[in-house]
Design a protein. Structure first.
Length: 72
């Protein structure tokens, strides 16, 4: 990621509440996924939960990308 891109992200985190919320939610989902994926064995409900979390995480990433595109 270019320095200019990093600066834009930092600026959006300070100035755009929607971007900040999406970034925080994305980070939280990443943390939850990491915890689940540490397990040596997953139950079928946990496997489903991982798929749901990944889809939600991707939706937040898409939301952040849309906001970034508006500011580029």
């Amino acid at each position: 990621m270019a320095m200019k891109e990093e600066e834009l992200i930092e600026r959006l985190m300070r100035e755009n509440e929607d971007f900040l919320k999406a970034k925080q939610a994305h980070a939280e989902l990443a943390r939850q996924l990491e915890e689940l994926e540490k397990k040596p064995f997953l139950t079928p409900p946990e496997e489903i939960e991982i798929k749901i979390l990944k889809k939600k995480k991707l939706a937040y990433k898409d939301q952040m990308e849309k906001i970034l595109m508006q500011y580029r």
